[in-house]
Design a protein around this ligand. Structure first.
Ligand code: ADP
Ligand code: MG
Length: 254
């Protein structure tokens, strides 16, 4: 342990050992509204994700993908069932602990990028590091490394409006990785991009899952992107109807 480094992000949350799953979803049920207007968005979803796995979540619009990602990321609480990230049962956390888990252990990527318009690319990536009060030097080094990782070295001082959609999503991916999350959750990250840019962004996600050792769950309804996942889970009407392991083509050996 060196003196000048900040505590590891989310050190309070035990990830468990390498052979334990990174994510366990147990019989999740969720609904919106009440009475006759109740919508049953999830109707008993269970699965386990290994460390380092890239899981694609497919299913039509309305099948429950966003709801599932929100429950896994602690943005909403299920009506019943459990989400366990590492060794942390989300239902056992207080509001402030959940906030801390979301900040330090989970990275989110949204279809709409979600960058802060007045901040530069580097400042956007640095936001999660500032939130956990990382040392400025550590923050600057991590931001530079992440921007290089997503292919945006040299774009540090550009604001979102000065970047293409694909570049903005790369910034958002770098930001999501800032605190070395245990879990990366992406909700249709290529939904606003053209096909070629979307494929490049998905290939980037594939590469960072390997290089950063993160575990990722990516909702997409683009069939071309499913081939890059280790595994495809299909949701239909709030239940898992297919769970299929893929043999992933190694991008290094084409
Ligand atoms: P997907 O992301 O696969 O399109 P969602 O999780 O967004 O699916 O939606 C699942 C179901 O829940 C749909 O029937 C949707 O209309 C409904 N739903 C989602 N969010 C809300 C909400 N905030 N209020 C009411 N119904 C919702
Ligand atoms: Mg959705």
């Amino acid at each position: 342990m060196t003196e000048n480094t900040s505590p590891a992000p989310g050190a309070a949350f035990a990830d468990g050992t390498a052979d334990e799953p990174m994510l366990r979803v147990e019989d999740l049920h969720h609904s919106y509204g009440a009475g006759a207007a109740t919508v049953h968005a999830l109707r008993g979803v269970s699965f386990v994700v290994r460390r380092g796995e890239l899981v694609a979540l497919k299913g039509r619009s309305g099948s429950g993908k966003t709801t599932l990602l929100h429950l896994i990321g602690g943005l909403d609480s299920p009506r019943s069932g459990r989400v366990v990230v590492g060794r942390t049962d989300l239902s056992a956390l207080s509001g402030s602990e959940l906030l801390e888990l979301r900040r330090d252990r989970i990275g989110f990527v949204f279809q709409s990028f979600g960058l802060i318009p007045i901040l530069t690319a580097a400042e956007n990536v640095g936001v999660p590091l500032r939130l956990r009060r990382a040392e400025p030097r550590e923050r600057e080094e991590r931001v530079a490394l992440l921007l290089a990782l997503v292919g945006l070295a040299g774009h540090e001082t550009q604001r979102p409006a000065e970047l293409s959609g694909g570049q903005q999503q790369r910034v958002a991916i770098a930001r999501a990785l800032a605190n070395r999350p245990a879990l990366l959750l992406a909700d249709e990250p290529t939904g606003q991009l053209d096909a070629a840019t979307g494929l490049a962004v998905m290939e980037l996600l594939r590469a960072v899952v390997r290089s950063e050792g993160v575990t990722a769950l990516v909702a997409t309804h683009d069939p071309h992107l499913l081939g890059l996942a280790d595994r495809v889970l299909e949701l239909s009407d709030g239940v898992v109807v297919e769970d299929e392991a893929r043999t992933v083509r190694d991008p290094g050996s084409r």
